[in-house]
Design a protein around this ligand. Structure first.
Ligand SMILES: Nc1ncnc2c1ncn2[C@@H]1O[C@H](COP(=O)(O)OP(=O)(O)OP(=O)(O)O)[C@@H](O)[C@H]1O
Length: 298
């Protein structure tokens, strides 16, 4: 289990990470969210031992994490860094050996990943000859080749087409099922919503939301109401309890204070004309993210 207790990182007077505490057990994918500059990469660097925390403690199964534990950890950084002139094989063999693996073992593992990603022909290609998306697959392989117990993925799906996103998602879910603890950062809320049971949202280094996805949604309270109708719906905006209104091609999407407000909306719609859809929805993670940090996303 990865445990961060009251971790703070200061750069001069600037507090990049402010009393961060979290726990990530085995077989768990933890969503780590925040706008630009929120402190995600700084946290990852502290977990990796590349930066020392100013105060607080980071431990893996009860022991402090040091840089010499790097074989335990796999890291896919946001800024990709492969050697363009090396072939895929040379590259991964080099990185695997740094993590204490034997050449034969590395090649076996690499071939199985290349097969899985449907690119076995890339084994002897230079990295610079591959498309950006395929380089991304190789970078992913370089992060998992040594079967790390803890995997840190910073924006793993950026730059990938939808087919490859699905392929990588399946790989990540399998690693989780296999027992890996995964920390996953993304600006794409729907990916986090799909993959993570627990998450936190950072703003200016502080956790403004944390817990299970289900509890976070429940405690947010507000719900969305989708209405499709054959008559104008603007009047709904003025009803008490309706806190947001967005016109859509087929009707509108309301944000309501709580689910009881849907009764009132339903009554107001009756006898006004044909209603094709009336549906109460949980708030999306995107709604919650925008409500909590939207004003200062940049
Ligand atoms: N080495 C450093 N020296 C000084 N300030 C730093 C350093 N590294 C990060 N910061 C500052 O710490 C804050 C957090 O940065 P960090 O890179 O961790 O954010 P992030 O959440 O990863 O953002 P993004 O989503 O844009 O990658 C920012 O205000 C940044 O300017």
């Amino acid at each position: 289990m990865l445990k961060l207790t009251n971790v703070t990182k200061q750069f001069g007077n600037h507090t990049a990470v402010d009393h961060l505490s979290l726990e990530i057990p085995e077989k768990e994918m933890y969503g780590f969210l925040g706008g630009n500059g929120a402190g995600k990469t700084t946290t990852f660097r502290m977990i990796l031992g590349l930066l020392d925390s100013t105060t607080g403690d980071i431990s893996w199964n009860g022991q402090s994490i040091h840089y010499d534990k790097s074989h335990l950890i796999g890291y896919l950084p946001e800024e990709r860094g492969l050697y363009p002139k090396l072939t895929v094989k040379e590259q991964i063999v080099y990185l695997g050996k740094l993590r204490g693996m034997k050449k034969a073992e590395i090649i076996k593992e690499l071939n199985s990943w290349l097969d899985r990603f449907k690119v076995p022909e890339y084994l002897n290609k230079k990295v610079e000859e591959l498309s950006k998306g395929n380089q991304q697959k190789i970078q992913f392989i370089s992060a998992v080749i040594h079967q790390p117990k803890l995997l840190i993925l910073d924006e793993p799906f950026s730059g990938l087409d939808p087919v490859n996103v699905e392929m990588l998602k399946e790989a990540v879910v399998d690693l989780k099922e296999y027992g890996t603890s995964i920390v996953f950062s993304s600006h794409r809320m729907e990916h986090v919503e799909e993959l993570c049971e627990h998450l936190c949202i950072l703003q200016k280094g502080k956790q403004v939301v944390q817990g299970s996805l289900q509890d976070i949604k429940r405690s947010y309270g507000k719900k969305n109401l989708i209405v499709h109708a054959a008559f104008p719906l603007e009047f709904l905006e003025r009803l008490p309890g309706v806190v947001g209104f967005r016109k859509t091609t087929e009707g509108c999407r309301l944000e309501i204070e709580n689910e009881d407000v849907s009764q009132l909306v339903f009554q107001e719609l009756q006898n006004k004309g044909f209603i094709r859809k009336f549906e109460l929805e949980e708030p999306s993670l995107n709604d919650i993210f925008i409500a909590k940090v939207g004003a200062s996303y940049e």
